[in-house]
Design a protein around this ligand. Structure first.
Ligand code: BTN
Length: 269
């Protein structure tokens, strides 16, 4: 590891300039899962804007019960606690907005172009470079808190991954061909998440959905969406105003999808 890239609160705070995100920053050498700790801290009253960052995770979690491989010194494993004033139905848009924030941050720092696979896989050159796991607690029909968990393979050597995953995963360093400062990326991520969060709080959902669509690797493709109790295929036409995927099935019928695992079956390009 490049020693200048050991996470330090002082370095992350330098010139950060955010108003909310990074209000409190907690850094750990190793955690089970930053999302798990963030949830406990949020339940115990941690303020909106609290950031939890780990150099490594032993139980990093992904969507659909998957694990997120989190070796030390090379990746970003970060959770942000936010307390939105938006109604719980807006949670999917916050998730999509977080994807936009990561894509913007990666582009700003590395010039690499992340694409977003619905709902929130971070894709570089058709391979997965990271993902986002948003979790929340709803009380009395209000969002008590949400946790945005971001995992990014930054300087990760691909050999860290199990052999069956090798064709499917990548890291920013593998694609860029050079070492990338995790600290610079964390700072930009915090700035971009704050920007998106303030946009959403001001009701600019349409703008976020438009921007997500521009980064999308899913729209315009024939896809299969698998969830616990169904498998549906269709053309991924667009996102609706809540962030749900609108699929056109082969019989022309429209289906609104709010969760599931997407496989791209056919790319019409
Ligand atoms: C996915 O690929 O399905 C989502 C991966 C999310 C991983 C991040 S790493 C930081 C945070 N803590 C976790 O346990 N998971 C998220």
């Amino acid at each position: 590891m490049n020693m200048s890239d050991v996470f330090s609160e002082q370095e992350i705070r330098r010139g950060l300039g955010t108003k909310l995100v990074g209000k409190d920053i907690h850094i750990f050498d190793e955690l089970g899962s930053t999302n798990d700790l963030a949830k406990t801290m949020a339940s115990n009253g941690a303020p909106s804007g609290t950031v939890i960052l780990a150099d490594s995770q032993t139980k990093g979690r992904g969507r659909m019960g998957r694990s997120f491989i989190s070796p030390p010194g090379v990746g970003i494993y970060l959770s942000i606690i936010l307390r939105p004033t938006l109604p719980p139905g807006r949670l999917p848009i916050i998730t999509l907005g977080s994807g936009v924030a990561v894509a913007r941050a990666v582009n700003e720092v590395t010039d690499l172009k992340i694409l977003l696979k619905w709902p929130n896989d971070l894709i570089l050159n058709t391979k997965k470079a990271g993902g986002i796991l948003t979790e929340g607690k709803i009380e009395n029909d209000e969002m008590s808190f949400i946790i945005i968990g971001i995992g990014l393979n930054v300087n990760t050597e691909i050999e860290h991954f199990p052999s069956d995953l090798l064709p499917l995963v990548t890291s920013l360093k593998a694609e860029k061909g050079e070492w990338i400062s995790r600290t610079a990326l964390v700072k930009e991520l915090l700035k971009q998440i704050e920007w998106i969060f303030f946009q959403l709080e001001q009701g600019c959902e349409e703008r976020i959905i438009k921007e997500w669509s521009d980064y999308s690797t899913t729209l315009g493709k024939w896809i299969r969406v698998s969830s616990q109790n169904s498998v549906i295929e269709g053309l991924a036409e667009r996102l609706d105003e809540t962030g749900a995927m609108v699929l056109r099935r082969s019989d022309g019928q429209l289906e609104r999808i709010t969760a599931g695992e997407v496989t791209i079956i056919k790319d019409f390009k």
